[in-house]
Design a binder for this molecule. Structure first.
Ligand code: AMP
Length: 405
């Protein structure tokens, strides 16, 4: 740990049975402590963390330990005797999956914001209730610093209506708020901003396509820092082929399954969210590393999964030339985007008709230069292609620190 601790932010990301946390200096990006509490509310609730260069685990957090118990453990056990670090906290940043169309900015939490997050539960039924538990627990423990919600959907609120509306009867939009919301907004915001800075571009004249490719994957068209379109929809099921999610399909597939296989809506939802994507096509793995290993072993199903992933992504990128008009840069990020040169190669090959050219050697080395980031396009490419590691926690810390007193 550095001898002097400046202002820090506690970043909290709550799942239904987990709390992921980190204390970060929003200016330098230094991470002082980070960890994950898992199996909360279950008999084997546990927590692991990294602090002062050591990794530790407490296997027994107490049967049924909940989010509050986990945060209490962070403060009173992990950070016991580290008042300097606790006193350096100036804000708590909470990651929230859905803010619906209620929130387009980081928002200071009060009771009405908690109610707003509750209203958005239909759009993130697994995540938003867990976020609320985490918020309530953290607000009890950290009473004197601001708590700030950073919504995954907020960055996409700048989309025009012709991009976010669905061509279905209007009342479904006006009454039930059915529209495209997008996801991964914090990551798209972070890498689009960083790309602009790293490439020395004018933030008021910079058009970029950001590809966040992890277990969940989405692509966005960003003009002058504002999102114009994105591939995820009402929920994170839409768009690209993902680990276990199908991405875009003809909605009639759902009716077919319900009618001919007598499946319920819940059953079809489970199939499309949890049993589809790379996993279904490869019949082997949802993990892109496994897909590329299969590719090298000439496994035909892995080859098909790889081709489907790359083709779908290339089509989305190409389609975003329409809202952007001119594309200055394409950014790859997320576990797959940062690491799989085979994926980038195939996608960029598809984009050759648009004048996109890349350097094979630089593409293969992208992980080893400039701390895992770097330009992989050639100087005569029609746009710059670059690899930038995402850092959603840092972005949350930076946005939350703006609310510090
Ligand atoms: P994320 O959700 O951002 O953590 O990304 C997870 C995805 O990144 C998984 O599909 C991993 O298989 C993939 N990934 C991580 N490292 C590599 C790698 N070296 N090559 C290919 N895919 C990778």
């Amino acid at each position: 740990m550095s001898s002097q601790i400046n202002k820090t932010v506690l970043v909290v990301n709550c799942g239904s049975s987990s709390v992921k946390f980190a204390i970060i200096d929003p200016k330098s990006g230094e991470v002082f402590v980070s960890g994950l509490a898992e199996a909360l509310t279950l008999p084997d609730a546990r927590i692991n963390w990294a602090f002062e260069g050591e990794k530790k685990t407490e296997e027994n957090l107490g049967a049924g330990a909940d989010h509050e118990k986990a945060i209490d453990f962070i403060v009173n056990t992990i950070l016991a005797g580290h008042d300097d670090l606790l006193n350096s906290l100036v804000a708590v940043g909470h990651r929230i999956v859905s803010g619906g169309d209620l929130y387009s900015q980081p928002t200071l939490i009060d009771d009405s914001v908690e109610a707003g997050i509750e209203k958005c539960i239909p759009f993130a039924p697994l995540h938003n209730p867990a976020h609320l538990q985490g918020i309530r627990a953290a607000r009890k423990i950290f009473k004197n610093i601001p708590h700030v919600c950073i919504f995954d959907t907020a960055f996409h609120q700048t989309m025009p209506d012709y991009a976010y509306r669905y061509a279905i009867p209007e009342e479904y939009y006006t009454k039930y708020h059915i529209r495209k919301y997008g996801a991964h907004g914090t990551s798209h915001a972070y890498v689009s901003k960083l790309a602009c800075e790293e490439l020395n571009k004018d933030p008021d004249d910079f058009n970029v396509i950001t590809c966040h490719l992890g277990n969940g994957a989405s692509v966005s068209a960003v003009k002058n820092g504002k999102c114009l379109d994105t591939s995820m929809g009402l929920t994170p099921l839409d768009g690209l082929v993902m680990g276990t999610r199908c991405g875009s399909i003809d909605p009639s597939v759902i009716f077919f399954l319900c009618k001919n296989l007598n499946l319920t809506a819940e059953e079809v939802s489970k199939i499309l969210n949890k049993e589809s994507g790379l996993m279904a096509v490869s019949k082997k793995t949802s993990d892109f590393r496994g897909i590329t290993e299969g590719l090298e072993e000439n496994d035909p199903r892995c080859k098909l999964a790889y081709e489907m992933f790359c083709y779908r992504l290339a089509k989305y990128i190409a389609s975003y030339y329409v809202p952007l008009g001119r594309v200055d840069a394409i950014v790859f990020t997320g576990g797959i985007g940062e690491n799989s040169f085979l994926m980038r190669k195939r996608v960029l090959e598809w984009l050759a008709p648009l004048g996109v050219k890349f350097d094979e050697a630089r593409n293969e080395q992208a992980r080893v230069f400039k701390g895992g980031r770097g330009v992989i396009s050639t100087p005569d490419s029609s746009c710059i292609v670059t690899v930038i590691p995402t850092n959603e926690e840092l972005m949350i810390a930076q946005l939350a620190s703006n609310f510090a007193k």
